[in-house]
Write a protein that binds this ligand. Structure first.
Ligand code: NAD
Ligand code: ZN
Length: 252
């Protein structure tokens, strides 16, 4: 049984979203945890098992073999097993019903798109394509490339790099400008499963708040945002809260 307080907060959040002209979701690793993808930080996070140096741009160029072995294992072999969960599907449903206008995701797992969301801004890029670090030619990340590491460009034999953002790399320009635009125009931002510790992504909800967006936050624990910018904190698992939120629209 949900407590009255939780029910009230859910209803308030549902009303804010219903009355909003433009609502944007901002998602982090937490939304994909229940799909079986671990976050980076925390007790069972990836960084407790692997040294993040392999995602440093300089290290990648110096040790492409070693970096690519880990990249394949973590971002291709294990991500490929994951399926979208109820939280990803609920966001896609909200978009279809005209209640959500965009998702800005820090994730690179493609699960929002696989759940059917259309307007997805991939702030940290994607695992789905690879780009030649020499001539810039772009390829789909198919097994043809991933079975022969490190993958090489078919035109110039240059080293291929996945199109997600490494440490020491800039945010893709279009993703940055589109995210800033969302932060300017949104009436409501829904933060799901993000600590607010990753720069510069963490600034986007803060900018939205400065531009008078109401902030709804869903997380299993408090984040950097909870006591600073959050208006309604829905404490719980992303799948559970999003299912309950969607149910309010389905029953009304
Ligand atoms: P993060 O900022 O993405 O934090 C994860 C957050 O999720 C934490 O606040 C945690 O309390 C919360 N959380 C955990 N389980 C949850 C659940 N079931 N429901 C709701 N919230 C839950 O931090 P990070 O993991 O250090 O990630 C750093 C960066 O790397 C981010 O940009 C992140 O998106 C990216 N990353 C992406 C993936 C992916 O593509 N799936 C996986 C790991 C990290
Ligand atoms: Zn090339």
């Amino acid at each position: 049984m949900r407590s009255q307080e939780v029910n009230n907060k859910l209803t308030q959040a549902a009303e804010l979203i219903k009355d909003s002209k433009h609502t944007t979701a901002f998602t982090g690793a937490g939304i994909s945890v229940e799909s079986g993808i671990p976050p980076f930080r925390g007790e069972n996070g990836l960084w407790s098992k692997f040294d993040p140096i392999f995602l440093d741009l300089g290290y990648f160029f110096k040790h492409p073999d070693e970096s690519w072995q880990l990249i394949k294992k973590i971002f291709y072999d294990s991500f490929a097993q994951a399926e979208p969960n109820a939280a990803h599907y609920a966001l896609a449903q909200l978009e279809q019903r005209g209640l959500l206008q965009a998702i800005i995701t820090q994730n690179i797992d493609n699960l929002h798109q696989r759940a059917g969301s259309k307007n997805v801004i991939e702030y940290h890029g994607t695992t789905q394509t690879l780009t030649c670090t020499h001539c810039g030619r772009r390829y789909q990340a198919s097994t043809k490339f991933l079975n022969d590491l490190p993958p090489k460009c078919e035109s110039c034999s240059g080293l291929l790099k996945p199109d997600f953002v490494f440490f020491g790399e800039a945010i893709p320009e279009l993703a940055q400008s589109r995210s800033l635009q969302e932060a300017e125009i949104a009436d409501v931002f829904i933060l799901i499963g993000t600590t607010g510790e990753v720069q510069p992504a963490s600034m986007i909800p803060i900018i939205a708040k400065k531009n008078h967006a109401k902030i709804i936050e869903i997380n299993v624990e408090k984040s950097n945002y909870t006591d600073s910018i959050t208006d309604i904190f829905l404490n719980g698992k992303a799948t559970e809260i999003m299912r309950n939120l969607l149910a309010i629209y389905l029953t009304n």
